[in-house]
Write a protein that binds this ligand. Structure first.
Ligand SMILES: Cc1cc2nc3c(=O)[nH]c(=O)nc-3n(C[C@H](O)[C@H](O)[C@H](O)COP(=O)(O)O)c2cc1C
Length: 170
């Protein structure tokens, strides 16, 4: 039985990669071997005893390549402990509590493979990095109307605490 854990991620502007690195470092501090890799660089799950996979959210969903990863590796993921996380801006909103709604965005993931644990994290908004002009305008308006603030909202303590909680599960 291999003793390595894979932490894998899909990102568009980099913030989910940072979350994956923090999860990987926390797990590695517990004495296990960990690889942190973008999903695009993972072809085979055989070397891993457990997998932690996460994606940035766009339009209330994991990125298409993350859903593709799940489909491609469904059997291998179902055969080992699998934990899932998402990174989004809704959890950085200045008003309201949307955790229950955000948790529902993982339903298509659960439908493929049941995670042993789910991490829901606030991400980062850098409007200059958003490729589409229309999306940039929408985000500028949302900042103007006080929906959320631009910048990095990743809460490293919350992210590390979730990673610690995974240790006995993976
Ligand atoms: C085109 C686009 C669509 C997005 N849609 C959502 C969304 O539906 N809900 C949400 O909470 N955040 C949404 N976000 C915010 C991202 O999930 C957030 O910025 C995240 O940190 C990006 O991760 P990345 O840097 O790894 O790509 C969207 C961002 C972009 C650019």
């Amino acid at each position: 039985m291999p003793d390595k854990i894979l932490v894998t991620y899909a990102t568009r502007t980099g913030s989910t990669a940072g979350v994956a690195e923090a999860i990987g470092q926390t797990l590695a501090a517990g004495g296990v071997q960990v690889d942190v890799r973008p999903m695009s660089a993972v072809t085979d799950l055989a070397p891993y005893r457990a997998v932690v996979a996460g994606s940035a959210i766009q339009d209330k969903q994991w990125l298409p390549e993350a859903m593709q990863f799940l489909q491609t590796h469904r059997a291998a993921l179902a055969a080992r402990p699998f934990a899932a996380f998402l990174v989004c801006m809704t959890l950085a909103m200045t008003r309201g509590d949307y955790r229950a709604e955000v948790a529902r965005w993982l339903q298509p993931v659960r439908a493929q493979v049941r995670p042993v644990s789910e991490g829901l994290f606030a991400g980062a908004l850098d409007i200059g990095k958003v490729p589409s002009r229309r999306d940039r305008l929408a985000f500028r308006l949302s900042v103007l109307f006080g929906v959320w603030k631009e910048g990095d909202h990743r809460d490293w303590e919350v992210i590390r605490a979730w990673a610690e909680s995974l240790r006995p599960l993976l």
